[in-house]
Write a protein that binds this ligand. Structure first.
Ligand code: DON
Length: 305
């Protein structure tokens, strides 16, 4: 028997699938080959019950949805005070790839923009970039409940063309925000963004955050409750970049988007939402992803702020 959630996701899918607005990201050459019509929705409850429709098992790269996860790892590895000394938690009101620091604190404004995310990559524990990447991949896999993999082609494509991120990395080094050489932090950042997953994986990651850091299916504790709270707070104010205000007003859930077309949203204690559709708006957020979350929030009355 179809449940209410099945009915609602089918309704939302039908409503959004005709929208062909926006464009697939092409500033990372490998992303330009994504099928723009792909569309999947996955809702996972904090008990692990999964509802899905459309392209929920198609792979794409996590991109910026990696940022809250690596932020959480930096918090766990270095502690909140050491992290706060290097990155603020204020919305930037600027594009995600802005080459800027807060003029007063001289720190990145938050860990969701690239400047903050590259800083967080530099704080992940490990002896070298290989070991640090293995820790990142294991942690993301624990959120998803299955072993994830690196998309080598996307990684190489971004590493080859990431001049803007390199500019940010070298700026961070010159302001002593990065304690180490920028290339290592950049390499880890490029790799974390290139981890491949499906909408279903993303739904399980969201459900793990909704379930206070415990993966609902494997029962593994992936993140301490205090760090879940901090991560979701920063996602609320900064996760959708300079569209964060409209997002909070209309959807009312902590969330994070990525230029691969994924959107992850969390209703704490209840459920996680994942949407995948590659066409992006001017902020770098999936057009159908934003629209589908708005409709899901309205129909299921999820807005909790
Ligand atoms: O740094 C970049 O440009 C990409 N690897 C990630 C950007 C991204 O996903 C922004 N989000 N919407």
């Amino acid at each position: 028997m179809r449940s209410v959630v099945d009915e609602v996701i089918a309704q939302v899918f039908e409503l959004c699938r005709h929208d062909t607005g926006g464009a697939v990201a092409d500033y990372i050459p490998e992303l330009a080959s994504a099928d723009p019509d792909r569309f999947g929705i996955c809702v996972v409850t904090s008990q692990g019950h999964t509802y899905e429709i459309g392209d929920s098992t198609a792979e794409f790269t996590i991109q910026s949805i990696s940022k809250p996860l690596t932020y959480a790892m930096a918090l766990a590895d270095r502690g909140p005070d050491a992290v706060a000394a290097r990155v603020d938690v204020e919305p930037s009101g600027e594009p995600f790839n802005e080459i800027s620091l807060d003029p007063i604190t001289e720190r990145p404004r938050n860990p969701m923009i690239n400047a903050g995310a590259i800083t967080m990559a530099s704080m992940v524990g490990g002896r070298n970039v290989e070991e640090r990447f293995e820790r990142v991949l294991s942690a993301y896999s624990a959120f998803a409940g299955r072993r994830l993999r690196l998309d080598e082609q996307v990684y190489r494509s971004e590493a080859r063309t990431g001049y803007r991120n390199r500019a940010i990395g070298y700026m961070l080094r010159s302001f002593d925000i990065l304690g180490s050489e920028p290339d290592a932090a950049l390499d880890l950042y490029f790799r974390q963004c290139s981890i491949a997953l499906t909408c279903r994986d993303l739904g399980m990651m969201a459900a793990t955050l909704a379930n206070n850091g415990v993966n609902p299916l494997t029962r593994e504790r992936v993140l301490a409750p205090a760090l879940v709270e901090r991560t979701l707070s920063v996602m609320t104010t900064c996760g959708m970049y300079d569209a964060a205000g409209a997002w909070v007003a209309e959807v009312g859930l902590p969330a994070k988007s990525g230029v691969g077309g994924g959107v992850l949203a969390v209703l704490p204690g209840q459920l996680g939402i994942a949407v995948f559709s590659p066409r992006l708006d001017a902020h770098g957020n999936s057009v159908r992803g934003v629209q589908a979350c708005r409709e899901l929030s309205r129909l299921l009355e999820l807005h909790f702020m």
